[in-house]
Design a protein around this ligand. Structure first.
Ligand SMILES: Cc1cc2nc3c(=O)[nH]c(=O)nc-3n(C[C@H](O)[C@H](O)[C@H](O)COP(=O)(O)OP(=O)(O)OC[C@H]3O[C@@H](n4cnc5c(N)ncnc54)[C@H](O)[C@@H]3O)c2cc1C
Length: 374
């Protein structure tokens, strides 16, 4: 249901909203979803304006940035990994070249087997090569990496790595503020006035042909999209100093352990359902230090803690596409715990669709939830 504050489309509020819009797209949110979409649209020559209220605890600013092709307790191939990962690597490399800064670290991932039964299960499943080329090697032996306890061996994964998301977004935002395409402000949906084909936004006297909501978990409270089945969950990560631990790879068993350089690592992540804590918690820290201790006997010191809220979706698939009633309004998000891997390819998919040159994949199209809209 739209709140009373949002006027319905009418001739009265149409007033040049789209006839000669200042912008082709107005994006709300510059987390990894909005940032990659905005970048893609700008590359195509579109006039884009982004509103982003910067939050150090946004999911993207908290994320460890891992892109893992084979993950989870079931050790299953990630959804569309073969398509998403190369697209992500190419996009992040291009951004590095454009911004003159390194963000993407193509690092091997060592999935540590936790027990003999787990080892045997994965070795048996590996015979059918269900993970394609992403599993480089399965080993029953401890690889003898400095500081790591892996008596049951593990699986070496390739094709993944991690992205310094916070640094990437900061570099893009600095460029956006200098060039004028980013406003570090909260976008007030109540100040949006629409006709059937475009909008006028009063505070900045902005007119745009289309609006895309890229608000992350905050979209669950946005009047236009509160009907979507977003199921946000909170997560915590720790930064630790552990000079004795091997830094040549990402480690993964229960937690992931990413090398940050200079003997530091990021350890993540926890999952917590509402009610959310106001920030990092002692329980979160205890859970993550416990998981790190299961991987290494080396001494370590916690040097940082962060918490953020993931924009998860009931069916664990992203949400892209048009609002059922407002053709000028679209959605880009629902990336759950995989925004870094999803954002680049889905930005291209959505940009193609927004420009009328491609279809959305049915499993990401938010049409699948139109029956929820009243
Ligand atoms: C602890 C933790 C660890 C994680 N680790 C990983 C990982 O290793 N790999 C991975 O792929 N993913 C990870 N994730 C998930 C990842 O962070 C998300 O999938 C992704 O960041 C979601 O991006 P987003 O742009 O949709 O949302 P967000 O990052 O939340 O960005 C939304 C932005 O919109 C802004 N905004 C919202 N409303 C408004 C408004 N009205 N006006 C202006 N601005 C607005 C917000 O301030 C924010 O800047 C992790 C998440 C958490 C919490």
């Amino acid at each position: 249901m739209l709140p009373a504050a949002l006027p319905p489309p009418s001739a009265a509020n149409a007033q040049n909203a789209s006839a000669d819009a200042d912008y082709d797209f107005l994006l709300v949110g510059h987390g990894i979803a909005g940032a990659l979409l905005g970048w893609e649209l700008r590359r195509r020559g579109c006039r884009v304006l982004v509103y982003d209220a910067p939050r150090p605890d946004s999911a993207s600013n908290v994320a460890a940035g891992l892109m893992n092709p084979v993950a989870g307790r079931r050790f299953a191939l990630s959804w569309r990994a073969a398509e998403l990962l190369p697209a992500a690597a190419a996009a992040y490399r291009t951004l590095e070249a454009e911004l003159g800064q390194r963000f993407f670290f193509a690092t091997p991932i060592f999935k540590v087997f936790g027990s003999a039964p787990e080892q045997q299960d994965i070795l048996a499943r590996g015979a059918a090569r269900p993970w394609g080329d992403f599993v480089a090697e399965l080993t029953e032996k401890d690889p003898q990496l400095p500081g790591l306890d892996a008596p049951f061996g593990g699986a070496w994964l390739r094709g993944g790595g991690y992205v310094a998301v916070r640094e990437l977004l900061a570099a893009l935002a600095a460029q956006g503020q200098a060039a004028g395409w980013l406003r570090a402000e909260t976008f007030e949906w109540a100040h949006l006035v629409s006709d059937a084909t475009g909008v006028a936004y009063a505070p900045g006297r902005v007119r745009a042909a289309r609006v895309v909501c890229c608000e992350g978990a905050a979209a669950a409270h946005t009047p236009y999209f509160s009907w979507l089945p977003l199921t946000p969950n909170q997560g915590e990560v720790l930064d630790v100093r552990c000079p004795g631990l091997s830094a040549a790879q990402v480690l993964n068993r229960g937690a992931y352990v990413l090398p940050l350089g200079a003997g530091q690592f990021r350890v993540g992540a926890t999952y917590r359902w509402p009610p959310f804590a106001t920030g990092p918690t002692p329980e979160g820290e205890a859970e993550l230090t416990g998981r790190l201790s299961a991987l290494t006997g080396q001494p370590f010191e916690v040097v940082g803690r962060r918490a953020g809220v993931r924009p998860a979706v009931r069916d664990r698939r992203p949400l892209l596409g048009a609002h059922p009633a407002w053709p000028w309004l679209s959605f880009c998000g629902g990336y759950g715990s995989k925004g870094v891997m999803l954002a680049p390819r889905l930005a291209v998919l959505l940009a193609d669709w927004l420009e009328g040159s491609g279809e959305l994949w049915p499993e990401v199209d938010l049409k699948r939830y139109y029956s929820f809209y009243k």
